[in-house]
Design a protein around this ligand. Structure first.
Ligand code: BES
Ligand code: ZN
Length: 640
């Protein structure tokens, strides 16, 4: 497949949309001041469901004479500001600028001792509110052992500003100190420096300990993370632990103990040594809205990766890969998100190939990715802005642009480049790029120029790279050229799907479905089989859905990758026997990857049941997921 070249007008429009500062999704004046260090002194109040304390930012002045510091905030209560300990004038915008929040403007005056200095510290007295979009609070009843409350954060893309006032842009990196007081164990995105200083509780409240963490590697605000609850931990490798509820610990340990260290070593071989000392995984309650989130020190993960078959550990390979792509080298704005996710998917698949010692698994994973890419392009429409590799997000909410496109189009470009210059040469570029931008942020233009410069003295590679149609790769909407996949591992899945298609079309065939059909399949091969069925022009008949369900026992699987896809097929077929189980699944799993297709299918089949499911589980869902479902529902009802 050849990509349709992008028009000159589209390139001109894209060029005109390049702006300063380069992140359009922050209201902070980060080109005038730059955060060097962030200290969060917070107490976790489970009763009031809020964090309260002091945020101290150390800021470097970049613009001479600049007296105003503008920070991002969203739904925060601010009760006072000081500069170097001396009270300062501030203004919190009274109306929100959607979707970016309320800028907090702080005035630096001559009476402040640091007025003329190049660095100063501001202290902000702050508490979060009920509208906070970065936190989910669970009551004891919502946890597995029903004993203690639980809370966790999710800041990517622009939710850090609802946890703390900050320059909420990946173009700014800061070191961090966390001093978090809680009645329950705490994790934060830093290295633990101890728990100490017990304070007894008053008025029947439990006492609290101070948990402290230090992050010496500068990191962007979206990697700020906290969790607190009844947490236990077990070792899963020489530099790795897994954290979760005490009841789930053994299963989680089993799931990760075989692969974590081999993954780290494979990644180190491809890029360079792991910089963050420890790599740990926190397995969250089922309402965690993502598969994984690459918070430094502690990857946050959905419990759906603990499927009892080690078949979803690719999520660990992915989040681990972010330790290089994203966490050390960060996209400069969400318009260049592909540099985070495309590189991470690329590395994740290289890690898998390295660990399994073959390239077929890499191709197989890319085939699954291509289906996700097709679905995302279909969902937005082929000409949509958000189907481009480099997107225009001025005035937009990056959460709305989120899809598989930056992941798959991005990794496809990197794979294309690997093949273009040759694997050996490309493999020398990988550590070069990650060294060049280590502890910095990077945009697509810098990526391109660093690549061209690296190969400048290599005439053959240089010629190919200069002849590549970069504008089309960056700015053309829709599909990139399809790589030549090795389909060895997928072929058996396609063949089985073909048999079902023949049955569905009433063709005479001697195929009789039996459990053995899939006995040698890995769970991901079953995923490819189910996804193939989803692409049939004629949906499967309800009776065949039921036959598939009883023969292959998908709905009793512990692997939600299978269950959700099977229900989606059932919903497409309007098979009433899956309506209730689908609604039940939506009450148990809040990972948006699964919620999105199942909720969509359920709305189309039984709108009342879908609405009731959302209503009955309102408190179960994370605010980000609930918002997404509400938007889906509104759009669906409007379109009817
Ligand atoms: N960083 C992302 C999750 C994310 C992206 C959260 C944008 C909020 C905004 C994470 O690394 C990720 O990609 N997770 C995937 C896992 C997968 C690709 C293995 C997910 O959640 O499905
Ligand atoms: Zn990712």
């Amino acid at each position: 497949m050849v990509m349709r070249p992008v028009s000159d007008a589209a390139v001109e429009r894209a060029a005109a949309s390049i702006h300063q500062p380069r992140d359009p999704n922050t209201l902070s004046n980060y080109n005038a001041w730059r955060t060097k260090h962030t200290k969060a002194d917070y107490e976790i109040d489970f009763d009031a469901k809020r964090l309260k304390g002091i945020i101290e930012l150390t800021l470097e002045r970049l613009a001479k004479g600049e007296r105003k510091i503008i920070l991002d905030t969203s739904y925060l209560d601010i009760s006072g500001v000081a500069i170097g300990g001396l009270r300062a004038k501030y203004n919190l915008a009274s109306s929100r600028i959607e979707p970016y929040g309320s800028p907090l403007t702080i005035e630096v005056e001559e009476r402040h001792a640091s007025f003329r200095q190049s660095e100063l510290t501001v202290q902000i007295f702050v508490q979060t509110t009920n509208d906070c979009t970065a936190l989910q609070w669970l009551t004891p009843e919502q946890t597995t052992n029903k004993k203690h409350p639980y809370m966790f954060s999710q800041c990517q893309a622009i939710h850090a500003r609802s946890l703390l006032p900050c320059q909420d842009t990946p173009d700014v990196k800061s070191k961090y100190t966390f001093n978090i007081r809680s009645p329950l164990p705490v994790l934060a995105s830093g290295l633990p420096t101890g728990a100490r200083d017990f304070q007894p509780g008053k008025d029947g409240k439990p006492g609290t300990l101070l948990y402290t963490f230090n992050q010496p590697i500068p990191m962007p605000s979206y990697l700020f993370a906290l969790a607190s609850g009844d947490l236990a931990c077990a070792s899963v490798g020489p530099r790795s632990t897994v954290w979760t509820g005490p009841e789930e610990l053994k299963d989680c340990q089993w799931e990760f103990e075989e692969d974590t260290e081999p993954f780290i070593q494979a990644a180190e071989k491809i890029v360079y040594p792991y910089a963050w000392t420890t790599y740990n995984v926190l397995v969250l309650p089922p309402s965690f809205p993502y598969g994984g989130m690459e918070n430094p020190q502690y990857t946050f993960a959905t419990p759906t990766v603990v499927s009892g078959d080690r078949q979803n550990v690719d999520v660990v390979a992915h989040e681990l890969a972010h330790s290089w792509s994203g966490n050390l080298v960060s996209n400069a704005s969400w318009e260049h998100f592909w540099l985070n996710e495309g590189w991470t998917v690329y590395l994740e698949r290289r890690i898998q190939a390295e660990v399994h010692g073959n390239e077929q698994v890499r191709h197989f994973s890319a085939i699954i990715g291509w289906k996700a890419l097709s679905d995302s392009i279909a969902q937005f429409g082929e000409d949509h802005e958000f189907t481009k590799l480099v997107v225009d997000l001025k005035g937009k909410d990056p959460d709305d642009a989120f899809s598989s496109i930056p992941y798959e189009k991005g990794s496809t470009l990197l794979w294309h480049l690997e093949r273009l210059v040759g694997k050996d040469k490309w493999d020398r570029f990988i550590p070069h790029y990650f060294t060049e931008y280590k502890e910095r942020s990077v945009d697509s233009y810098e990526f391109k120029s660093t690549l061209l410069a690296f190969f400048e003295s290599d005439a053959a590679a240089s010629k190919k790279l200069n002849e590549l149609d970069w504008d089309t790769w960056f700015y053309q909407a829709g599909f990139p050229p399809k790589p030549d996949f090795d389909t060895t591992l997928a072929d058996q899945c396609y063949e089985l799907a073909d048999e079902w298609q023949a049955l569905n079309e009433g063709k005479s065939t001697d195929f009789r479905p039996k459990a053995d059909d899939i006995k040698d399949f890995t769970a991901n091969q079953s995923v490819v089989f189910l996804e193939r069925i989803q692409t049939f022009s004629e949906p499967l008949s309800p009776s065949l859905v039921e036959q598939m369900g009883s023969t292959y026992a998908f709905s009793s699987s512990k692997n939600v990758e299978l269950v959700s896809r099977f229900y989606t097929i059932g919903l497409q077929a309007r098979d009433q026997s899956v309506y209730k189980p689908s609604a039940e699944l939506l009450g148990k799993v809040g990972r948006m990857k699964f919620v999105r297709p199942v909720f969509k299918g359920l709305m189309e089949c039984d709108l009342e049941l879908a609405k009731d499911t959302l209503k009955n589980n309102k408190d179960f869902y994370h605010p980000i997921c609930r918002n997404m479902m509400q938007k889906m529902l509104e759009r669906f009802e409007k379109g009817k």
